[in-house]
Ligand binder design. Sequence first.
Ligand code: PLP
Ligand code: COI
Length: 356
Amino acid sequence: MNYNIRIEKNKNPKQKPDESKLSFGKVFTDHMFVMDYNQTDGWNDPRIVPYGPLSMDPSTCVFHYGQGIFEGLKAYHTVNDKIVLFRPEKNIQRMNISNERLCIPKLDEDFTVEALKELVRVERDWVPKSEGTSLYIRPFIIATDPFLGVHPAHTYKFIIILSPSGAYYPGGINPVKIYVEDQYVRAVRGGTGYAKTMANYAISLKAQDEAEKKGYVQVLWLDGVEKKYIEEVGAMNVFFKIKGEVITPALTGSILPGITRDSVIAMLKKLNIPVTERKITIDELIQAANDGDLEEAFGTGTAAVISPMGELSFKGKSYSINDNKIGPVSQKLYDSLTGIQYGKIEDPFNWITSID
Ligand code: PLP
Ligand code: COI
């Protein structure tokens, strides 16, 4: 393939948003990266072009059968005035795992990381500087055949868009209220839970909507077969600290293998805090809460960073965690992770990649 990325500059750049008012995923930059796939040329014509609408035939198969996947990562403006990415190669590896599950042709991972960096370089002035803000990066792939048969497409578009963003939850790092979902399920083994497919999110909307109407921020999913084992939250993996040990559900195929999850496990090990990946039932968690042994609970994700859970609701009963305050381990992890990302502390894991 042609590794030269063509750049077409936007002649009408937008005004940058007021950083103090940034929320999540509402403002987009002046350019986007686009690359096409067809069976003759493979992935071809990589280009950075002005951000704008796509024109597609109404029969385009992604509209009908959802053959599409995405990723989410961030660029940070460090305290030393550098623009850096956090483990971008991991997102691109996961993208190929998602591609494989949805019959989408794989990307060249090294090239894709370079393309992502090139786009961020073009848009570097869009990376916000204020505390807690970042440039959210959304790569995604859609199937583009104009065809109504249920069949893997022969043509695709890979696009990367960028969004200067603030906190994912309006409350920032304040503890969130979580609803344990015991009716709807998100994924089953053999399904697509481990991949970042668009359909996984479509399927989650009803439970999320009902939980929000009851005053909860997100749902905690249980396994799709027995509704017994804890899986993850809508946009985060989960960790519980019970009697000094940090436990996170093992990756069984129906959970997204989060990059923040992987990073948190590594940080806990370095801090000599016991951490275990294993199956954990909702009954065990509720028992620990009742016995006063549930010391902390938090979610991890790119968008949400480290998000303490202040309250869990299960079968009509509410359980407060650590008096609805952020616990010391969650705080330490938040400070270490964001410290590395914003260049405030050393990066002993080599997770940071500068775009220059
Ligand atoms: N689980 C789900 C369902 C998610 O959407 C996300 C966010 O991407 C995560 C977990 C956390 O993954 P990561 O840490 O790679 O952002
Ligand atoms: C992320 O954390 O990057 C996500 O993709 C979560 C959500 C916005 C879907």
